[in-house]
Design a protein around this ligand. Structure first.
Ligand SMILES: [Zn+2]
Length: 247
């Protein structure tokens, strides 16, 4: 959280005064050694001989198939995640950021699991998501989700990052900031330590909880074509902002 605050302050300064390489370098230098181990993630060199081409961003459309995620009446999270993921993919393309989607339709990733002989479908699903980040060579993982609360007033976006990982915290901050502007909220990103995906993925990864399905206004945004466009636009601009730090 210390680093998140530090990166937050740095980003705020950078946004206010304009981008500066040295400011971010100073923030990284101030991070404890174990946090620097993973920094910075770089694209593979010319000798990279992976089976698949390199993409800068792996978009994880959360849930799918038998796993609908959270829901409100007949509105299922998995459909929202997929719709925004496709729009995000298109938007990133427009911005010149290469990306791949880990599912392009409504199916569970566990149906295609080749790595873990677990009987738990949920576990196979999660391991598949993690393994995909290793098999498809990507720089970042952005996992899209929808939140739920028993308080119908709870609303707004929350971005979760890997604990003690500076790049992940910075990516979360950039996406959170863009979503806050889009939704006129003032949330801060958080460390999502209990999340298997965040704990096991090697590259900088974030979980984007785009809004609350349990809140009427959020639900309207999450399910409308226009609202999904705006979400994708905001997330893409957050990713782009993050990438500016590593130019
Ligand atoms: Zn979810």
């Amino acid at each position: 959280m210390k680093l998140a605050k530090l990166a937050g302050a740095t980003l705020a300064i950078c946004l206010f005064f304009g981008y500066s390489d040295s400011m971010y370098a100073a923030a990284l230098a101030a991070a404890p050694a174990n946090e620097q181990d993973n920094l910075p993630f770089t694209a593979p060199g010319p000798n990279y001989r992976g089976a698949l081409p390199y993409a800068e961003v792996l978009i994880d459309a959360g849930h799918g198939g038998i796993d609908g995620g959270t829901f409100h009446e007949d509105v299922l999270e998995k459909h929202i995640n997929l719709a925004v993921s496709k729009k995000l993919h298109a938007r990133l393309q427009q911005l010149g950021v290469s990306s791949v989607l880990n599912r392009s339709d409504d199916y569970a990733l566990s149906d295609d699991n080749r790595w873990l002989g677990s009987r738990s479908r949920h576990q196979r699903d999660l391991s598949q998501r993690t393994e995909l980040t290793q098999e498809i060579h990507t720089g970042l993982l952005v996992s899209l989700h929808v939140n739920w609360s028993k308080r119908s007033a709870a609303h707004g976006p929350v971005v979760l990052h890997q604990k003690n990982r500076g790049e992940s915290a910075l990516l979360a901050l950039c996406i959170q900031d863009a979503l806050n502007q889009q939704q006129k909220t003032n949330e801060l990103p958080r460390a999502g330590s209990p999340f298997y995906l965040l704990n096991t993925v090697k590259q900088p990864a974030v979980i984007v909880e785009m809004g609350f399905i349990s809140n009427e206004a959020d639900r309207r945004m999450l399910t409308s074509d226009k609202g999904q466009d705006k979400l994708a636009e905001a997330i893409a601009s957050g990713v782009r902002q993050y990438k500016l730090f590593f130019r």
